[in-house]
Design a protein around this ligand. Structure first.
Ligand code: NAI
Ligand code: BGC
Length: 287
């Protein structure tokens, strides 16, 4: 393992003035799976907070370019789209290399790309198992590793942020709630929980913060069938004490806060943004 930096190299932090703490001005962010759903809104919110943004996407160039336009035009920051499969090691390395050449480096990684391939357990194919684990877990491993390498090379730049770098892993309430018919997905999110904590423990001495956001049900293409009809929506609400579906901007705002110096002492934590889905709603009238 690389030698830990000494305490003297990383003296006590001086937090910036209150008005600067939520600002991400001068920071460079990469959002994987940034052309739709939660990733799209995170890219826009990061832009509003002042960060330059790389919008990673797998397919659908037009959607990615639209996010780039929204971020660039509305927020007045730099943005570009980068096509790459996050489960492909060399594609991920090229994505980080281009970011270094174009923006001069990275301060924030939001490892958000994810997929579902649902099947009853006894019928789940090896292809569906591998696909979900490769994208959701290995994809995050590859992106986090490149980000950590870049953060360690760069170190803390106090005018930019108290931390050398921030990573947000997009997990799910299904990192702790079992989910029948989705053993591959739940395993990938449970894996993210421990991977995130382990990386956080390992890289904290470099002032690199690693956290996860675990959304509940959020209105995106991944779970359309759970909200698009009134019947489905009513059934979903039985699982959500707060009685509304999450919107992608609920997650976008949480991501900005977690990436900002307001959250500077937070590392190795999972922030559940779920309207209470993890509160065992079935127990509200029994048990
Ligand atoms: P979405 O389907 O709109 O977004 C997923 C994104 O990942 C898409 O842009 C897709 O193109 C991209 N992607 C898929 N495979 C990729 C690959 N190999 N390389 C690069 N990009 C790839 O769905 P949503 O909901 O926005 O999902 C984003 C993340 O949020 C996922 O990790 C998902 O598991 C997580 N999540 C979603 C929840 C929800 O209720 N919508 C709840 C909890 C977690
Ligand atoms: C899944 C969604 C689901 C939500 C709550 C997410 O991880 O991707 O399909 O609606 O969890 O169950």
């Amino acid at each position: 393992m690389t030698d830990r930096p000494s305490v003297a190299e990383y003296p006590p932090v001086v937090l910036p003035s209150p008005e600067r703490q939520l600002s991400l001005k001068g920071q460079k962010a990469l959002v994987t799976g940034g052309s739709s759903g939660i990733g799209r809104e995170i890219a826009i919110e990061l832009g509003w907070a002042g960060a330059d943004v790389v919008v990673n996407y797998l397919s659908g160039d037009e959607d990615a370019q639209e996010v780039v336009k929204l971020v660039g035009r509305r927020c007045g920051v730099r943005a570009y789209a980068h096509q790459a499969d996050v489960s492909d090691e060399s594609a991920v390395q090229s994505m980080f290399q281009r970011m270094k050449e174009t923006f001069g480096g990275i301060d924030i990684l939001v490892a958000n790309a994810g997929v579902q391939r649902d099947a009853a357990f006894h019928e789940m194919s090896m292809a569906d198992w591998n696909m979900v684990l490769n994208v959701n877990l290995t994809g995050q491993f590859l992106c986090c590793r490149e980000a950590v390498r870049a953060f360690q090379r760069k170190g803390v730049v106090p005018e930019v942020s108290c931390a050398a770098g921030k990573i947000i892993c997009m997990s799910s309430v299904h990192d702790i709630i079992p989910w029948a018919g989705r053993a591959n997905y739940a395993a990938s999110k449970g894996g993210i929980l421990m991977m995130m904590k382990t990386i956080a423990q390992e890289v904290a001495p470099w002032r690199i913060r690693v956290n996860a956001i675990s959304p509940g049900a959020v209105r995106t293409p991944i779970n359309r069938s759970a909200w698009e009809t009134p019947e489905a929506y009513d059934a979903l609400m039985k699982l959500v004490p707060y009685n509304r579906i999450g919107e992608p901007s609920d997650i976008g705002r949480a991501a900005v806060w977690l990436a900002s110096d307001y959250a500077d002492y937070i590392t190795g934590t999972t922030l559940y943004v779920d309207g209470g889905m993890t509160l065992y709603p079935g127990f509200d009238a029994g048990g």
